[in-house]
Design a binder for this molecule. Structure first.
Ligand code: ATP
Ligand code: MG
Ligand code: MG
Ligand code: MG
Length: 495
């Protein structure tokens, strides 16, 4: 019988807890506590940062942690680790995912960490060793970091053949939490979904055939705010494995969306849209996915998990930082629901019980907050759709009055739409683009500057305005995901 995601998760936790004496620590909320360097919790290690840095309060429970295991709720949709743009376009990056991890704080180091990981994957989960490839840190002369030969030797001793052992540089094999924070060389385990050939060239090549599953980081440094590396007081092990990817491997699926973490959601999405004859999910990608229907299924099933988990943890759609990111995620989900899947209003929130059903046993706050999550989603959807409607009407009236062959829309109208109706300015742009018209950028900049002077501070409204001005500088409009309009932008700078 096929192993369920729940069984796979608990096998991991039990392996480290029972067999190797690790303490099970609950997931922290996705809203980082007292760490301004982070928008969302992006890795299991975040809550242990004070231990790595040696700044932990000696009276706290954490002070006694030596071996720890957990399954952490992670969101990668902003900041250094931002996967929003990949979601729906590939089948293994999510905005929300669960990271399974084990830690040693000044206890075991490289050898035991590698041995335990290998034994869990190949013996307990039964993954054939010849499907696994291992990468290790090749060193970086410019930063004075040498290659991690110890780790290479450890893998050779374990029996990984040299042809499956691959050196990579800073980008792939030197893990960093953010622009600053704990970091160190890492060794990663990748899975070949196809088999029967030499797949070494597909490792770290963005191929859906060979996917990274587990990262073992050897924390040795702290990246200081001045970008220098400081040696940490003690060496630690920090590992992270994406549950959704592991489940796809063990359930023999090429896509995370075909595992039991997502199929109930995909099924429910089809139920709510079937009235309008949108077909069932068929897993098509890229150009084969006509009308981007399958992409919509993937995006909506991903985003509803993220929205549920974030709202349960007290991050609401809003106007800055993590809340702005969540607002974008919500709007993106609503637009895919309405425009691509033609789902009725309320469809998004109707998926929440299924999220609660698949994740609530592990993260009980989802059970507790289910009603509130649905209310917040419905309220925001409502607000978004009605401002969309009102704004569109005004824009179209303006367009009818002007001779829009010139292609320039008066910035003053865009500005007043925003100020008086709270109409999101990126949406003004969006509707205009469908007509081949643009807001006058110089005029808009001038209005922004004027308002900036008047108010003397960056009000919430200003934030949205500035976002648009920034969008116009940073973003390249593209149309390849089924929405008539979507920006590909430098999220790190934008957010
Ligand atoms: P990738 O190279 O695939 O983007 P990563 O190197 O950024 O992954 P790590 O920071 O090493 O990921 O995180 C540890 C593990 O978490 C990864 O090996 C992977 O299994 C999982 N993971 C990372 N990002 C995501 C994501 N966006 N969605 C699902 N799982 C993820
Ligand atoms: Mg990544
Ligand atoms: Mg990687
Ligand atoms: Mg990695």
């Amino acid at each position: 019988p096929e192993l369920s995601a729940a069984g796979i998760r608990s096998t991991f936790l039990d392996f480290f807890r029972q067999k190797h004496g690790h303490l099970l620590v609950p997931s922290s909320p996705v809203r980082p506590r007292g760490d301004p360097s982070l928008l969302f919790v992006n890795a299991g290690m975040n809550q242990f940062k004070p231990i790595f840095l040696g700044t932990v309060d000696p009276r706290s429970d954490m002070a006694s942690y030596r071996r720890v295991v957990n399954s952490q709720k992670c969101v990668r949709a902003g900041g250094k680790h931002n996967d929003l743009e990949d979601v729906g376009r590939d089948v293994y990056h999510h905005t929300f995912f669960e990271m399974l991890g084990n830690w040693s704080f000044g206890d075991y180091f490289k050898e035991e960490a590698c041995l335990m990981a290998w034994s869990l994957l190949t013996e307990h989960y039964g993954i054939p060793a010849d499907r696994l490839y291992v990468s290790y840190f090749a060193g970086d002369a410019a930063s004075g970091l040498t290659a991690d030969e110890d780790t290479r030797q450890i893998w050779l001793d374990i029996g990984v053949p040299p042809s499956h052992l691959l050196p990579f540089g800073l980008k792939e094999n030197f893990w960093e939490m953010g622009d600053s924070g704990p970091c160190g060389p890492c060794t990663e385990i990748h899975y070949d979904h196809v088999g029967g050939r030499d797949a070494a060239s597909l490792v770290n090549a963005d191929s859906p055939d060979v996917v990274e599953i587990w990262n073992l980081v050897f924390m040795q440094y702290n990246r200081e705010v001045d970008n220098s590396l400081r040696l940490l007081p003690q060496f630690s092990v920090d590992t992270g494995m994406g549950l959704e990817r592991l489940v796809s491997v063990l359930q023999g699926k090429r896509s995370n969306y075909d595992t039991d973490l997502f199929t109930p959601l995909i099924h429910d999405i089809h139920q709510v849209v079937r009235v309008v004859m949108v077909g069932p999910y068929s897993g098509r990608m890229g150009a084969a996915d006509h009308g981007k229907v399958d992409m919509a299924y993937r995006v909506v099933s991903d985003h509803i998990r993220t929205l549920s988990v974030c709202i349960a943890d007290g991050v609401h759609p809003g106007m800055s930082g993590a809340e702005l990111v969540l607002r974008r995620i919500l709007r993106r989900a609503v637009r895919f629901c309405v425009e691509v899947l033609q789902a009725p209003q309320g469809a998004l929130a109707s998926l929440v019980p299924t999220v609660v059903h698949t994740l609530g046993d592990v993260y009980p706050e989802l059970h507790r907050e289910a009603d509130r999550i649905m209310d917040v989603i419905n309220e925001n959807e409502d607000h978004f759709l009605s401002s969309l409607q009102q704004g569109s009407r005004l824009i179209h009236r303006t367009l009818n009055k002007m001779d829009y062959k010139h292609g320039v829309f008066p910035a003053s109208v865009a500005w007043s739409l925003h100020r008086d109706l709270g109409f999101p300015l990126d949406l003004v742009d969006l509707i205009l683009e469908e007509k081949g018209v643009q807001v006058d950028p110089q005029e808009l900049d001038r209005l922004i500057a004027e308002n900036h002077k008047q108010s003397g501070e960056r009000s919430q409204v200003m934030l949205d305005i500035l976002s648009l001005a920034e969008l116009q500088r940073l973003a390249v409009p593209h149309t390849d995901d089924g929405l008539k309009y979507q920006y590909r932008l430098d999220q790190d700078r934008y957010i």
